[in-house]
Design a protein around this ligand. Structure first.
Ligand code: NAG
Ligand code: NAG
Ligand code: NAG
Ligand code: NAG
Length: 634
């Protein structure tokens, strides 16, 4: 019970927090006393901080910390407060530390093939486009369907998501929820149905990069997750007359992000039921081998798309996610939790040996600030090794339409060193812009992407609440091709995207259009100057250590720089509809969000003395009663 408990104890007296004072304070902290705290007291302490500082509504504080707090407490009991795991945790949850340098580790690869003739032919030479007409594949993500969405309920509440009949709902509602959704809410079932009708019209197979469940993470439980994913899987089967290849998202578990590295840690928190469930549910799109893999490879599987030479490797990325607190429960780094990298390497090697090409699909993109930089680095090593086999990488999670490029040399990021690109799909949920999905044109020989078209429906359209109308927003080839003199017949590969980033640097109009596309022209955020530099840096980083992100306490966990800008706008005209911008896109009000808000409040001096005193008083009460109970137990 070290770091966080110490921090919580120290917060009231350390209004001007910075990492140095924390470290100093830790050295002198009354560790004896806090070390005695158990899960219950830990949860109570954090909950009281959350309610006293009004970080969220009381039910949200109680639920979120009650669900996830014990996981964090478990981690804290197992690590030393000044080691590198504690630093990672301090960064991932409080934003008060910078991540430690990457723990150097080389992904084990099988020896290169012993070829009888010395001139072994690389895959890129063997697999050449013959210029056949591309086929289409649909990519959708982050549907976040709220089965308890109630039309007519309040869409303007203070909780992380609205449009539900919450017990403390304002009556009459200040903004009644329409039947097809609202920017303060997750997707109603009708919106998902509307999208699936559009997708069905494309008559082709799809990839789905995860997050079925809505973001009311403070009340999500196992039966809801089971129910939500089962219903959605059957809706997919009913609506689409073609296979869907899904990946597991961090929300497709209970509590949210709950994927222990150690399967034996606690039956209460075991996530095996997720893998067993989805393995069975997805089998009719894949096959029994893939289903067995899901069960035994912690949710990852591989499948060859029927009638193609394309192997899809679906990867469970949640063991590389900063908000999965199970990854902080040891001082000893574990480079490959659950052997996900080993599984990828086996599959990629098999594809290379068989002359196939590979698409990697997963939920969290490897280069975003949510990804642990160690595992992001190891993922990148795999991309480097198998760059000629990998024809595409597809993710979701950020809710934005964006991309990340991998380079053979991150010190020299150029068209010539660009070796791979991660395509990130926009979300269906209206929480982060207009609902959208992507359709790729795929070369039938190389499986490279020839075009990507984004379709969206405009929340502000007068007919939206009657029947959402879907329209083509843009075609990447038409939009960006002319900016970089793309040759006819060339794919939209990593080199292309690098040249697009150069076009963004010199052409403000082009960049601003991209910035608007990111949220599908809904809730467009201003991004110029430093924000633009950071955005371009993120495009040029499939490796998190190179994404230019600087950790700091924020009122959000998501998109820090952008949210700081939004925050500045908000503080000049705070109003309720603006409140929603404050909510992290991918996380909802999980405990990480609450902790980050807490340290933000403290560190920027938002805490009023009165509040601080009350908080300190409550803490003292908790500790006193805890000690009394302990004495009584003896
Ligand atoms: C799980 O959540 C659902 C939906 O919020 C609720 O109806 C149900 O009672 C909960 N189940 C348990 C066991 O808590
Ligand atoms: C499932 O498909 C994979 C390739 O995608 C193949 O290697 C495997 O044999 C198949 N399994 C079954 C049981 O058909
Ligand atoms: C800049 O980008 C805009 C929008 O894509 C485009 O219309 C314009 O031609 C570009 N300007 C130059 C000089 O390339
Ligand atoms: C409140 O926020 C909305 C959306 O950002 C904005 O359009 C509106 O003008 C704001 N109202 C006030 C009174 O500032």
């Amino acid at each position: 019970m070290h770091l966080i408990a110490h921090l919580i104890l120290l917060l009231p007296s350390a209004l001007a927090l910075n990492p140095e004072t924390i470290v100093n304070a830790l050295k002198n902290a009354p560790s004896q006393r806090v070390a005695e705290l158990g899960d219950a007291a830990f949860v109570k302490t954090l909950t009281s901080a959350c309610t006293v500082f009004k970080l969220e509504d009381d039910d949200v504080c109680v639920g979120a910390i009650g669900e996830q707090g014990p996981i964090l407490a478990h981690a804290l009991r197992n690590i030393s407060p000044l080691g590198s795991t504690a630093t990672k945790l301090c960064e991932g949850t409080f934003g008060l530390c910078q991540p430690p340098p990457v723990n150097e580790w080389s992904v084990p690869f099988p020896p290169p093939p012993v070829s009888s003739d010395s001139e072994s032919i690389p895959t890129t030479e063997r697999v050449k486009s013959s210029g056949k007409t591309p086929f289409q594949v649909v990519h959708f993500s982050d549907v976040h369907i709220d089965r308890e969405y109630v039309p007519g309920s309040d869409a303007n509440c203070k909780k992380p998501i609205c449009c539900r009949n919450f017990a403390d709902e304002q009556m009459p509602p200040s903004e009644p929820a329409g039947p097809f959704g609202n920017r303060n809410c997750d997707s109603p079932a009708g919106l998902a149905k509307s999208m699936l009708e559009q997708i069905a019209g494309h008559h082709t197979w799809s990839i789905f990069t995860g997050d079925v469940v809505e973001a009311a993470v403070w009340i999500v439980n196992k039966s809801e997750v089971t129910n939500d994913v089962t219903i959605f899987n059957s809706e997919l089967s009913a609506a689409l007359n073609a296979p869907v290849f899904p990946a597991i998202g961090n929300h497709d578990a209970a509590p949210v992000n709950n994927f222990p590295r150690d399967a034996t840690v606690s039956s209460q928190f075991d996530a095996q039921w997720v893998f067993d469930l989805e393995g069975k549910e997805w089998e009719h799109w894949t096959n029994t081998t893939a289903s067995t893999e899901e069960t035994h490879e912690s949710g990852s599987y591989a499948v060859i798309v029927s009638g193609t030479q394309l192997r899809i490797i679906s990867v469970n990325t949640v063991y590389w996610y900063k908000q999965n607190f199970w990854v902080y429960d040891s001082n000893t780094p574990e480079p490959d939790p659950r052997g996900i990298f080993a599984f990828m390497v086996r599959q990629l090697q098999a594809a290379e040996d068989a002359g196939q090409r590979v698409w990697i699909i997963g939920h969290m993109p490897p280069g975003c600030q949510d990804a642990l930089s160690d595992q992001s680095n190891y993922y990148d090593q795999i991309v480097q090794r198998y760059k000629d086999v990998i024809a595409g990488q597809f993710f979701g999670h950020t809710h934005y339409d964006e991309f990340e490029i991998a380079y053979s040399d991150y010190k020299d990021r150029s068209e010539n060193t660009a070796v791979g690109v991660a395509w990130i799909a926009p979300a269906l949920t209206p929480r982060s812009g207009n609902p959208a999905f992507k359709v790729y044109d795929v070369d039938p020989d190389t499986y490279e992407i020839m075009d990507a078209k984004v379709y969206m429906t405009d929340l502000k359209s007068p007919v939206y609440q009657v029947k959402p109308e879907w329209q083509l927003l843009y075609s990447a080839r038409e939009e960006y091709g002319p900016l970089v003199d793309l040759a006819p017949g060339s794919p939209l590969d990593a080199g292309f995207w690098h040249r697009v980033t150069e076009a963004f640097e010199r052409n403000e109009t082009a960049f601003q259009r991209w910035n608007a596309f990111m949220t599908r022209e809904g809730d467009v955020r201003t991004c110029t100057g430093e924000c633009k530099k950071l955005a371009v840096c993120q495009m040029r980083a499939m490796r998190a250590e190179d994404n230019c992100h600087i950790a700091r306490p924020t009122s959000t966990f998501g998109d820090t720089e952008r949210d700081d800008l939004a925050q500045a706008v908000l503080s000049s005209s705070p109003n309720k509809s603006g409140h929603r911008r404050d909510v992290n896109q991918c996380e909802g009000a999980g405990i990480g969000h609450i902790l980050s808000k807490l340290s933000y409040k403290m560190s920027v001096g938002h805490a009023k003395d009165e509040v601080t005193k009350t908080f300190k008083g409550r803490l003292d009460d908790i500790f006193a009663s805890h000690h009394q109970r302990e004495k009584a137990d003896l």
